[in-house]
Design a protein around this ligand. Structure first.
Ligand code: HEC
Length: 447
């Protein structure tokens, strides 16, 4: 009968669905464990090894290095490339490899590069996603163990490195400049391979800042309880141009007002505004009862705002040299502050403190607008360039994003192990680079 026919057709369909030829080797079935050697290794071999294998030397002595400092033909190579960010076990979204293979077709940066070959299939990228989610287990595979990238700098690095205390992007976004007790570290971006280490005159360095036209760098530091030192370097030659000493304790922050004027904040409790051509102080601001930790210019550079270990934020009038106001809602030392970019109305500042709060201020009217409480202690703060998010670097190794309107923490991103002392936002691509304990630097791509 008609009815029966339909039933048997349905049966056939069901049977077919059940016994469909299995493609489980290729498809990413969430229940199955993805086997590295069976499913992942062949893709790497066929699509990536050509450009991402251990360095080779030809008969003429020419060295071919893996592209982008990423070596994919051994477990150690993968783990050591780009500071372990190529594959982050359990976190496909934080794995640079997964990020690069899932970029839209034709996008710059997609791997393999468009000019070389076609993108991986969805099935293949799903396999990577699942394998990383399942812990990125390589099984027995070790890969090519004959050679590994061993940069010179790495071999000579002491096992415990000084913390990175501050970092900035070069104006073109192609380098990251970081400071530590060892000096100024220059890294290529985005590989974050260290290309140079420049010695500086200060024993400790705490801050580094580019001049407005990007041609000079100011470095602030000193010898604790003895003298504060400001050193100016040319960019990109990195020649030492000047040294300014007058502070009686370490300089904690430097901020350019214009090409010829620089402000410095010191643990000696004072702020000095320097005339760089004469090398002489123009103004000195005293009022903080303890060390001054950071600085920021406002209102066409007519105002200077400072934060202190005395828990205060102070607003100084540069024309009169007077203290305009003091804002004291923080209950513990304040570490950093940052001005909201692209502000059309009242300027807004954000500050971070040991009291675990991020506070938003309108410094021109002396008002704290709102605050957010964090689970970690924020040590450094910045705005995303569009001013829609605040990024706080915390002592528990976590980067916290805060919405300035709702003051809600919108994301917590695991960064490095230990304290993050410094962060910088890339001038165009929205990535964040953080630095902290044991010389760690790392790139974070917020979603
Ligand atoms: C034809 C050469 C070529 C092939 C094939 C290739 N790459 Fe790359 N890859 C590059 C170059 C060049 C760079 C450096 C420039 C850049 O970062 O875009 C790079 C950079 C990278 C980076 C570093 C990203 C970062 O953020 O620094 C990763 C990860 C990567 N490739 C993964 C892969 C994977 C996975 C494959 C295979 C699916 C692959 N590449 C295939 C040339 C290649």
């Amino acid at each position: 009968m008609y009815h029966k026919e339909i039933l048997s057709i349905i049966k056939i369909i069901i049977l077919f669905l059940f016994f469909m030829p299995s493609t489980s080797d290729l498809s990413a079935n969430p229940q199955t464990v993805v086997d590295f050697e069976k499913s992942i290794s062949p893709i790497l071999q066929n699509r990536c090894f050509k450009c991402h294998s251990a360095p080779t030397i030809d008969v003429n002595g020419n060295v071919t290095k893996p592209k982008g400092s990423v070596q994919l033909d051994s477990v150690l190579g993968i783990r050591e490339s780009l500071h372990g960010e190529v594959i982050v076990a359990g976190e496909p979204d934080n794995s640079l490899l997964y990020h690069r293979i899932t970029l839209p077709e034709g996008e710059t940066g997609i791997m393999p590069p468009t000019e070389d070959s076609t993108p991986l299939t969805k099935q293949e990228t799903d396999l990577f996603e699942q394998w990383i989610k399942q812990g990125a287990d390589f099984g027995e595979w070790k890969g090519n163990q004959s050679q590994r990238i061993q940069s010179k700098s790495k071999r000579h690095q002491p096992t415990v490195m000084s913390p990175i205390t501050s970092l900035v992007f070069s104006p073109d976004g192609k380098s990251v400049i970081a400071c530590s007790q060892a000096g100024l570290h220059i890294y290529d971006y985005p590989s974050l391979d260290q290309t140079k280490l420049i010695e500086v005159n200060a024993y400790n360095i705490h801050d580094v800042a580019f001049s407005p036209n990007g041609e000079r760098l100011a470095v602030g530091g000193g010898n604790p309880a003895t003298e504060g030192i400001i050193e100016i370097f040319s960019w990109i030659e990195l020649k030492s141009l000047n040294i300014f000493k007058q502070h009686k304790d370490s300089v904690m922050a430097v901020s350019w007002r214009d090409e010829n004027t620089l402000a410095s904040a010191s643990l000696d409790r004072s702020i000095i505004l320097w005339d760089l051509s004469s090398g002489k102080p123009i103004q000195q601001f005293e009022g903080h009862s303890r060390g001054v930790s950071s600085l920021c210019f406002l209102n066409d550079n007519q105002l200077l705002v400072s934060t202190g270990i005395d828990q205060n934020i102070r607003v100084w009038d540069l024309t009169s040299g007077e203290l305009l106001r003091s804002m004291n809602n923080h209950t513990l030392p304040v570490h950093d502050l940052a001005l909201r970019p692209r502000e059309s109305t009242l300027p807004m500042l954000v500050s971070v403190s040991d009291d675990k709060t991020v506070r938003f201020w309108q410094p021109t009217i002396g008002r704290m607008v709102k605050f957010a409480r964090l689970k970690g202690t924020p040590l450094d703060v910045s705005w995303m360039h569009n001013g829609t998010q605040v990024i706080a670097a915390c002592d528990d190794g976590i980067i916290r994003l805060v919405d300035p309107d709702s003051v809600e923490v919108t994301a917590e991103i695991q960064g490095i192990s230990g304290w993050i002392y410094a962060l910088a936002v890339h001038p165009t691509d929205g990535s964040i680079v953080i630095g902290g304990e044991n010389g760690q630097v790392k790139r974070i791509i917020p979603k």
